[in-house]
Design a protein around this ligand. Structure first.
Ligand SMILES: CC(C)(COP(=O)(O)OP(=O)(O)OC[C@H]1O[C@@H](n2cnc3c(N)ncnc32)[C@H](O)[C@@H]1OP(=O)(O)O)[C@@H](O)C(=O)NCCC(=O)NCCS
Length: 668
């Protein structure tokens, strides 16, 4: 483990620097200690001179620690492991000075950086150090490809623990902080994440002190005594904005995610573009809260319109809890000295036990691919490492254990070419499993929402094929059968995109509300449960035979339809995870007459409230839109309710008695 910072004699920086510079010269020659601007070590020393005037009143008390970047990095020794501060607080000036200095055998370690390596015009990275990164962001992609940086697939929440026991050694920490207050406390500003632990275990802490760095509140304070060298930088804090996405697929996914988020939810948003886009669809929600590894500008509109109050949070109510921020100046101004925000170390924010205590926690993870069993690849794309595991595992587990929580994985149904399905029979070589199939709950594409947790392999395959691109579905279906995931009786009838515009809420006579939506192949269980709530007589009036249960074929006929000539709607209550089907209504067109035969089931507890009429009305709208001429219903003569119902479907109704049954034809 590294020595503690104070053991390094921080009270005598000028002497120390001179000593270090001298020893460097002795070891590597004078050229080894050049400053970033190409100046000499002597120049750096003169800038670091003890008599340097503190340029800011708040720094006057700490003038002895102030020096130039070139001078400060002289504290780095050959063989050191140098932690580099995160994301929008990347200490670029210090890193550049260290590159210019060129100490031998140094490893830089970091989570997410911005300009921690230089890139030429062709995008090639250049650095003289080894880099060890816990995330392959844009900054590290070329470096990883070129073999200059190593990716460490580890949960960010576990990194501080590894640092603390020395398995991830930190000798020097290069960070960026705010100005100190009158008590000598600087704030770690927009990046608290793993910085606090790195600082606690480093032999030397060198900080860029930036008057533009907001003073974030929470556990983000660090006393100047922990810092050996302060380097004043006067540059705007790095800004990060998601590129705007108008792609219809992204918008649709964002809308679906939005539809899963109820009032009073606490959100983890991460850095994914879609998750951030989803926040735009929450402006009518109330009392949302934030407990997220990272926050971005996407929270600002929700704060401004009053949707984000944190009132329902069961942990740190009212507070926006996060570990780092990546956004624009607007976000940073909002954060500055604002007690609404609580910045905390990553291991605290991502502690699964704390997360599970947070009610209605929603986490959103963006993935690259998923196989039909639910294995998710989220940190590799076309064989290349991309992004990282971050703290998604903790959030997924936390959200899934949180009462009323939702763990969501989202991905576009196809690659950018619009053809290659990202829902795959099996993951490809070069696509590792970031989230095991046992941990996956909601999966969202632009074609709908699948819920996989606790479901069988067959149910997962059906649910995922249903939200794949319609053109990919036949091949996925065939491969799923070849893999033995789907039994022979399983059908694939619907090759349309899920018709979300066909969803509507109906209010019944007793004021209860239900969702009316197209039936889906995943409704098998719900339909079986509905069937078993019917009396023997009701089963007979619906199916014209005595049935004790539905065979696989029977149930497929009710929920696996082409949605062209065979259309069914269901009336649903309950949750997305466990929908309760209260009504099922379908029609099948007879091509020879262009008339559609209808059939209805309403759960006994929901009968007599107008649900039959409402479902028939919806079916009629769908039938008219498909050019169907009218409805035909063959009803037992004793089934007065159904006879009344059938009469309500059109203005022109003919009734023919056929002995025990009645044939009712209603023309639109
Ligand atoms: C037939 C069935 C679908 C009706 O569903 P429902 O939601 O109860 O029907 P609604 O509440 O919309 O009522 C439909 C009409 O029947 C009338 N009605 C409802 N309950 C009634 C009852 N117990 N006796 C007489 N008429 C009744 C309603 O007043 C309404 O007529 P109106 O529009 O003239 O007022 C339902 O009873 C059922 O599932 N039965 C078992 C299966 C079956 O028989 N299916 C039909 C053959 S395919």
């Amino acid at each position: 483990m590294s020595d503690q910072p104070d053991a390094d004699g921080s009270n005598a920086p000028a002497g120390l620097l001179a000593r270090l510079a001298g020893s460097l010269r002795a070891r590597f020659g004078a050229g080894a200690a050049a400053s970033p601007s190409g100046g000499s070590t002597e120049a750096a020393e003169s800038k670091a001179g003890p008599a340097q005037e503190a340029p800011h009143p708040l720094l006057r008390a700490h003038a002895d620690k102030l020096c130039s970047a070139a001078a400060a990095v002289l504290a780095v020794r050959p063989g050191d492991h140098v932690f580099v501060g995160t994301a929008c607080a990347t200490p670029r000036t210090l890193v550049a000075a260290l590159e210019a200095l060129g100490v031998a055998d140094v490893e830089l370690l970091h989570f997410l950086t911005d300009h921690a390596v230089a890139h030429d015009e062709q995008g090639q990275a250049s650095t003289q150090f080894r880099h060890r990164s816990f995330f392959v962001g844009q900054d590290m992609r070329a470096a990883v490809r070129q073999g200059l940086a190593d990716y460490v697939p580890v949960s960010l929440a576990r990194v501080p623990g590894l640092m603390a026991i020395g398995r991830i050694p930190v000798d020097v920490a290069l960070i960026q902080v705010s100005l100190p207050d009158g008590f000598g406390y600087v704030s770690l500003g927009v990046s608290v994440d793993v910085v606090a632990t790195a600082v606690a275990h480093a032999r030397v802490v060198i900080a860029e002190v930036n008057p533009h760095m907001p003073r974030s509140m929470g556990d983000s304070m660090l006393h100047v005594s922990r810092i050996q060298h302060l380097v004043l930088v006067d540059t705007p804090v790095i800004e990060y904005l998601h590129p705007a996405t108008s792609a219809p697929a992204m918008q649709q996914i964002a809308r679906y995610i939005g539809s899963l988020i109820d009032d009073g939810s606490t959100l983890q948003i991460g850095l994914g573009r879609v998750a951030n886009e989803a926040l735009r669809h929450l402006s009518d929600r109330r009392d949302l809260g934030i407990h997220s590894d990272v926050i971005t500008d996407a929270i600002i509109p929700l704060l401004e319109n009053g949707s984000l109050t944190g009132r329902c949070k069961t942990q740190l109510a009212g507070k926006i809890v996060t570990s780092f921020a990546m956004g624009s100046r607007r976000l940073y101004e909002l954060i500055d000295a604002n007690p609404l925000f609580s910045f905390q170390p990553i291991e605290a924010v991502c502690d699964p036990a704390t997360l599970a205590l947070q009610h209605k926690l929603v986490s959103v993870t963006q993935a690259f691919a998923i196989d039909l069993t639910g294995q998710v690849c989220a940190d590799q794309f076309s064989g290349e490492f991309y992004g990282g595991v971050a703290a998604q595992a903790e959030f997924l587990q936390g959200a899934s254990r949180s009462p009323g929580g939702k763990a969501i994985v989202c991905l576009a149904a196809t690659d950018d070419d619009g053809r290659t399905s990202r829902i795959r029979p099996v993951l490809l070589a070069g696509e590792g499993v970031t989230i095991p199939r046992s941990e996956v709950h909601f999966v969202v594409t632009e074609f709908g929402i699948a819920y996989l947790f606790g479901k069988s392999i067959r149910e997962r395959a059906v649910a995922l094929i249903q939200i794949a691109h319609p053109d990919s579905r036949p091949a996925l279906f065939e491969q799923a059968q070849a893999l033995g995931y789907l039994p022979a009786h399983q059908k694939l009838r619907n090759l349309r995109a899920y018709a979300v515009e066909d969803e509507a809420t109906v209010r019944l006579k007793d004021q209860r509300a239900l969702l009316l939506r197209p039936v889906m192949p995943t409704d098998v269980e719900g339909i079986r449960r509905l069937f078993h709530r019917l009396s023997v007589r009701e089963v007979y009036t619906r199916f014209f035979r005595k049935l004790r249960g539905l065979t696989n074929q029977d149930v497929q006929r009710l929920c696996n339809l082409d949605y062209d000539n065979e259309v069914a709607v269901v009336a649903v209550t309950g949750t997305r995870e466990l929908p309760v089907i209260c009504g099922h209504a379908m029609y099948v067109v007879d091509p020879s007459t262009n008339l559609a035969e209808t059939a209805f089931i309403v759960h006994p507890e929901w009968q007599g409230q107008g649900l039959g009429v409402a479902m028939q009305k919806r079916l009629a709208e769908l039938a008219v839109a498909r050019g169907v001429r009218g409805f035909v219903a063959e009803v037992l003569a004793s089934n007065e309710t159904m006879i009344r119902l059938a009469h309500t479907s059109a203005a022109e109704v003919q009734t023919v008695s056929l002995g025990g049954t009645v044939r009712i034809t209603a023309l639109f």
